[in-house]
Design a protein around this ligand. Structure first.
Ligand code: SF4
Length: 218
C-alpha cells in the first residue's frame, strides 16, 4: 500500500517483500569473505545442512566499525539467505537508524549459518561445529566493536552462562584482540517484550558512545 510504504521509508524501515528473488548466496564485499562464504555454502559438518534452504553467511560492510552477531537464521532468513530480515530485521534496522547507522555501514552475521528446524535453540555440537566460520569472519572484518544480540550469541562469544540482565549495560572484551563487546536483547525478543525496548535504547547509546570514543582515540 503506497501510503504505508512511504510511512515505513520515512521511519527508515525497509519493508520486507516476500516475492523478491533469492540473491546470489556469496555476493560478499571482498574475495576472502566470498571464499569463506563459499565454504559455508558447501558445509555439511552438522545435521542442520539437511534441513536448510540455504546458508546465511552475513551481510554488510567489510570496513564496518560495528559487527552485530545474532543467534541463527530463522524462517525468512533461511528463505532469503540474509540475516535479520522479516519483522525482527525491520526492528533491527530501526535500532541501527536510531544511532545513525544502517545495514550498509555495519556487518551482520549469526553464530550458526543454517536454520535450526522450527527455530529451536542451537545444540552445543552445532555451535561448536559452526563457530570456526564466525571466528574467521570476525578476523576478516576486524570490527572496533561487537554487538551480541541475545542470550545465545552472548553466551558463546563471552563463554559464560550469565543472564542477559547481568551481561547488558557494560563493555566486555572478546578474543585475543580484546575487541570491546556490548550485549543487548535480540530484536525478536523485543517484539515479544516491548517493555524492554527502553533498556535496549540504553544499550544502543552505550554502543554509540563507545564508537565515538574509538573514533577519537584512533
Ligand atoms: Fe555447517 Fe554451520 Fe551449517 Fe552446521 S550450521 S552445516 S556447521 S554451516
Amino acid at each position: 500500500e503506497p501510503h504505508q510504504l512511504n510511512y515505513l521509508f520515512a521511519l527508515g524501515i525497509q519493508p520486507w517483500q516476500s516475492k523478491q528473488s533469492t540473491p546470489t548466496p556469496c555476493a560478499q564485499p571482498t574475495e576472502t569473505l566470498t571464499t569463506l562464504c563459499t565454504s559455508v555454502a558447501h558445509c555439511t559438518a552438522c545435521v542442520l545442512h539437511k534441513t536448510r534452504t540455504q546458508t546465511v553467511f552475513g551481510v554488510g560492510n567489510q570496513q564496518a566499525d560495528l559487527m552485530l552477531i545474532g543467534e541463527a537464521p530463522g524462517f525468512y532468513e533461511d528463505q532469503k539467505g540474509e540475516p535479520f530480515v522479516g519483522r525482527a530485521g525491520q526492528l533491527l534496522n530501526a535500532m541501527l537508524q536510531a544511532i545513525g547507522l544502517n545495514r550498509r555501514t555495519v556487518y551482520i552475521a549469526n553464530i550458526l549459518k543454517c536454520r535450526p528446524p522450527n527455530n529451536r535453540d542451537p545444540l552445543p555440537e552445532e555451535v561448536s561445529q559452526c563457530t570456526g566460520f564466525l571466528t574467521k569472519q570476525i578476523a576478516l572484518i576486524q570490527p572496533k566493536l561487537l554487538l551480541a544480540l541475545g542470550r545465545i550469541a552472548a553466551h558463546h562469544l563471552l563463554n559464560t552462562q550469565a543472564t542477559l540482565g547481568q551481561m547488558r549495560g557494560k563493555l566486555h572484551s572478546y578474543g585475543t584482540n580484546n575487541i570491546p563487546l556490548v550485549v543487548t536483547y535480540h530484536p525478536a525478543y523485543l517484539l515479544r517484550n516491548p517493555q524492554d525496548k527502553k533498556k535496549a535504547w540504553q544499550d544502543l547509546q552505550l554502543i554509540h558512545r563507545s564508537l565515538i570514543k574509538k573514533e577519537l582515540t584512533k
